[in-house]
Design a protein. Structure first.
Length: 338
């Protein structure tokens, strides 16, 4: 079992040191903590046949992978299980709150952000996508969706994962591991099937296409040339077919792109660690190429100007435009440009 802990790290530069230490286990994700020099965290990881189980405990902060990663061993998905505390997952254009015992699924080929509460504990199960599809045929339909602890067999699956992690620490014969791994995946897949019967009842082809378009948008959201036409050409879909698969969500492709760009801009505008960046810089970084268009669109969505939005959010954080309102540490340190 691999073990990483902040107990052996220096106080100065602790966030950067921790990020480097755990990068191989969390697909090069970056960390930011409320207390960047005094936070406490521990990560342990172990293999279970084709799966990789990671148990993470940490103080309040943020885990983020701002861009898609190419997996050396092929595409993978990650099952997130919240054991203690709460987390807010932003993934596939959705934002959900994971309470204790809840589960969600992340696509290894898409960006994500996880805001964790104080003293949170999670189990992450890394699964090769090809294997996951044997148990959950359309995993892209469930990425970023909440599987609450009272849905299906969710609580049973979570308890099984914890028990297995502890059992693996004392040793489990290799010839049993593949069988146990598949049993765990069956439990997780059954929980999804029971909780999302409407997805299973619908067309898996249409659902898969819809997820593929959303994934492409998330991966290219910063590209100012991203448009329904460019997406259709890249994914070899007709514009009419794209309109049809998005019609089920009552949102056009263009509206989805605009909404997601505005949400990411709002997140950075309201983040104290980004207060030194101009509105135009943030907007252009997320694919806008006209400051007036960005300002109008932002006002239409949030009922206030970007500048007023920043002032409101920084006041909530207890900061001002130029300096902290009180003598206090910054909310986050070692910010990575998203």
């Amino acid at each position: 079992m691999d073990l990483c802990t902040t107990a052996t790290l220096p106080t100065r530069g602790r966030t950067a040191a921790w990020t480097r230490l755990v990068a191989p286990h969390l697909d090069a994700a970056s960390f930011r903590f409320d207390d960047p020099d005094g936070f406490d965290a521990e990560l342990s990881a172990i293999g279970l046949g084709p799966l990789r189980l990671t148990r993470l405990r940490c103080d309040r902060g943020q885990i983020e992978r701002a861009s898609a990663q190419r997996e050396a061993g092929g595409q993978c998905h990650t099952v997130l299980m919240q054991l203690r505390g709460t987390s807010t997952l932003s993934h596939y254009g959705q934002s959900i709150v994971l309470g204790e015992g809840a589960i969600s699924l992340c696509d290894g080929g898409a960006p994500y952000r996880l805001d964790v509460s104080d003293d949170s504990e999670l189990v992450l199960i890394r699964v090769p996508t090809a294997l996951l599809k044997e148990h959950l045929p359309s995993p892209e339909c469930f990425c970023g969706k909440l599987l609450s602890n009272d849905a299906g067999l969710t609580s049973t699956a979570a308890a099984m994962a914890v028990t297995l992690f502890e059992r693996l620490g004392s040793g489990l014969a290799l010839h049993y591991q593949d069988r146990v791994a598949r049993h765990l995946l069956d439990m997780i897949a059954t929980s999804y099937a029971m909780a999302f019967e409407e997805v299973n009842a619908g067309s898996s082809i249409v659902s898969g296409r819809h997820a593929a378009v959303k994934l492409y948008i998330e991966q290219h959201l910063r590209d100012p040339d991203l448009s329904p036409c460019s997406i259709a050409a890249r994914l070899k879909l007709s514009a009419r077919y794209m309109r049809m698969i998005f019609a089920t969500c009552n949102e056009t492709v263009s509206a989805y792109i605009l909404r997601r760009r505005l949400e990411e801009c709002a997140r950075q505008i309201g983040d104290p660690s980004w207060r030194g960046h101009s509105m135009t810089e943030i907007a252009f970084g997320w694919g806008f190429n006209s400051a007036p268009h960005f300002t109008r669109s932002f006002r239409d969505r949030y009922d206030m100007s970007p500048r007023d939005y920043r002032r409101l959010k920084l006041e909530e954080h207890g900061t001002t435009f130029g300096r902290p309102a009180t003598v206090a540490r910054p909310v986050f340190a070692s910010a990575q440009a998203a």
